[in-house]
Design a protein around this ligand. Structure first.
Ligand code: DQA
Length: 144
């Protein structure tokens, strides 16, 4: 059983990009932490990142066959992408939305998320630990 951990635009720069907001850990750290937690539940992880909306949509389509669940930080597409919401609505397993920063303490344009209309759970403002928290919940739902 595989969980897709997907990250959207600019998150390839995690650790270097605005570390005062997003911290100094990298996406590789996120991937390693997710794999470690997933293994506790007998789950595998495929870690994916793209700066391109269409690529993220294609991966969500692939997840229909290849994944039991999705953990997604859509980056700025969170606030703009009806197309990612539509793609997630075509996926049947659990979906968790993660934001590293506490978006509700930030600019008003970050307060609305299209993805939240589909997410089974949302973890916001817990730094990169949010991915592990999401993975634990995923494990409870689909692991074992
Ligand atoms: C983010 C929050 C978004 O508003 C922002 O555009 C990002 C990262 C977060 O993880 O805190 O790229 O999703």
């Amino acid at each position: 059983k595989t969980v897709f951990v997907m990250n959207g635009p600019n998150l390839n720069l995690l650790g270097k990009r605005q570390p005062e907001i997003y911290g100094s850990d990298t996406l590789e750290d996120v991937a390693n932490n997710c794999s470690r937690v997933a293994a506790e539940f007998g789950l595998e992880v495929r870690s994916l990142q793209s700066n391109h909306e269409g690529q993220i949509i294609d991966w969500i389509h692939e997840a229909r066959e290849a994944a039991v669940g999705i953990i997604l930080n859509p980056g700025a597409f969170t606030h703009t992408s009806v197309a990612i919401l539509d793609a997630l609505n075509a996926f049947e397993g659990p979906v968790f939305e993660v934001h590293i920063s506490q978006v509700h303490k930030r600019e008003a344009f970050r307060h609305h998320s299209y993805v939240s209309m589909r997410a089974d759970g949302i973890i916001v403002g817990c730094g990169i630990e949010g991915y592990e928290l999401a993975m634990r919940r995923m494990g409870t739902l689909v692991g074992g």
